[in-house]
Write a new protein. Structure first.
Lengths: 258, 239
């Protein structure tokens, strides 16, 4: 049986598309028949839960009770993968809490697989966030996600600055989330369904819907590109086996997209 | 159920006679009494939509709303014969979008048969464009040789998707007659009905082109029958 996997999706900055990435991950695991549960930390109203009501719950990740609800159930949950969609500003505190409760020690001992998707914004502050976050992610699979879905241009990142930061974190792997047509994105928001359900032209309860064929086509194409990124980093293998690398090879490598 | 054809009259270059060919097709199918709808993808100069205001929708596919107006309607309508006058300005974007949203595959799934009537010319860029699109597209490509655009037609540069479909030839028309048919009130269908068998140049020209269209339809039908029979034989062999 696969080790329990915890995937933290977060950023210290808001509006960078954390929930969008969490939604694509839930769709990816659904398509691969990997039982997955998610926790939405946008307490109390929740965002992720609106799209995935059946397998997500709203929690307050700063409360001990909810931390117990998430982490004490990792081994006996029906789902082998747990996604934690961390609200803006709570990534570093969450990682700190994980260290304090001994979660990171369990990861170090190989009892759990820990994956961090750090969603980057366009500003230089995002690069500083990497420095803060990296102190907690030593034994995790650490992915830096450049999310272009909001038309982010990463304008403040000149190549020299970018390189100087990334050189410090050789274990980080970059992922690129491409841009999705704005109207298609808006329609999925209005429909409040998973991306996969929208593509299948279904409502939240599986009923037939009447979404635009054009917009469904755009979402399908975009989701295919996002999943190609997850395939590239072998996400499936990571959650199935913990992504153990051969002893002599680097645990992770920096990958740049041309 | 008989597939509903979707004719896309296209060329990557301007002034190759696309709108005239689309207009001839509309008149040909209208005379046949078929359910028919046209789309004019020339946002700057909507000559086809102006000529057939009740039959042809002007659409600009630069924005997503325009793309939805076109492709959502095309997919939803599985009964009408559809004709697109694809302006050269929208040429690249049209084929890029169809590939991205999987339009041609979905059209075939819904028994809509996309046929690209590609108006040829000898420019190397046109030859390359044809080869590239024909290679990756799920549509049936039929080259159109408009003699007013180029005298010579290099058949080897424009092979059809299916050998049986051949090419369509649009004969050259004298400038005087061209002036007549370009009049806003001129209708090929009405002209052919009102002067049946008339020995004029227009009559002969229209007659030849309508015969080409009729033959194309027959060749497409024969192609479908052949592949259907081949499919049935394969099922029997495997049974």
């Amino acid at each position: 049986m696969a080790k329990p996997t915890v995937i933290v999706v977060g950023a210290d900055k808001g509006g960078v598309g954390k929930t969008t990435v969490s939604r694509t991950l839930l769709d990816y695991f659904t398509a691969h028949h990997i039982p997955t549960r998610a926790f939405d930390t946008e307490s109390p109203k929740g965002t992720l839960k609106r799209f995935h009501p059946d397998n997500s719950d709203i929690v307050d990740v700063t409360s001990v009770a909810d931390q117990m609800r998430i982490f004490d159930t990792l081994s006996n949950a029906d789902s082998s993968v747990t996604i934690l969609d961390v609200r803006a500003g709570l990534l570093s505190p969450t990682l700190r809490a994980l260290r304090d409760i001994g979660f990171l020690d369990s990861v170090k001992k190989g009892q759990l697989t820990f994956v961090v998707f750090h969603i980057l914004g366009s500003s230089i502050a995002s690069l500083n966030e990497i420095e803060d976050t990296s102190t907690f992610v030593g034994d995790s699979k650490y992915f830096l996600v450049k999310n272009f879905i909001n038309n982010t241009s990463f304008f403040e990142w000149d190549q020299a600055t970018h390189s100087s930061y990334f050189k410090k974190f050789k274990d980080a792997v970059e992922i690129t989330i491409p841009k999705l047509n704005e109207m298609a994105y808006e329609q999925v928001e209005l429909a409040s369904v998973p991306f996969l359900t929208f593509v299948a032209n279904k409502g939240l309860k599986g009923e037939a819907a009447n979404y635009s064929f054009v917009l469904r086509g755009y979402v399908r194409h975009w989701l295919g590109n996002v999943w190609a990124e997850y395939d590239r980093i072998k996400l499936n293998d990571i959650v199935a086996t913990g992504g153990a690398a051969p002893a002599n090879s680097p645990r992770v490598q920096v990958v740049s997209r041309s | 159920m008989r597939p509903a054809p979707l004719y896309i009259v296209a060329s990557p270059r301007p002034r190759t006679g696309k709108t005239l060919i689309a207009r001839l097709m509309i008149e040909f199918f209208r005379a046949d009494g078929r359910p028919l709808v046209g789309y004019d993808l020339n946002p700057r100069e909507q000559a086809l939509a102006i000529r057939f205001p009740k039959l042809v929708w002007p659409v600009d596919i630069v924005n997503t709303r325009g793309q939805m107006e076109l492709f959502d309607r095309l997919i939803a309508d599985t009964a009408s014969t559809k004709i697109i006058d694809l302006g050269y300005g929208a040429f690249d974007q049209f084929f890029a979008i169809t590939a991205e949203i999987g339009f041609l595959q979905e059209a075939r799934r819904r028994l809509i048969e996309p046929i690209v009537l590609f108006v040829t010319d000898p420019a190397p860029a046109t030859v390359r464009s044809y080869a590239e699109l024909r290679g990756r597209s799920a549509a049936t490509f039929v080259p159109v040789h408009n003699e007013s655009v180029s005298l010579m037609f290099a058949k080897q540069d424009f092979p059809g998707t299916r050998a049986e479909c051949g090419a369509i030839r649009i004969p050259r028309l004298s400038p005087i007659v061209r002036g007549v048919i370009d009049r806003p009130s001129f209708s090929f269908g009405a002209y052919m009905t009102e002067q049946p068998g008339g020995p004029t140049e227009v009559h002969q020209w229209v007659g030849e082109i309508f015969t080409e269209f009729r033959e194309l339809e027959l060749r497409l039908l024969m192609g479908r029958l052949t592949s259907s029979l081949a499919g049935s034989a394969a099922v029997r062999r495997n049974a």
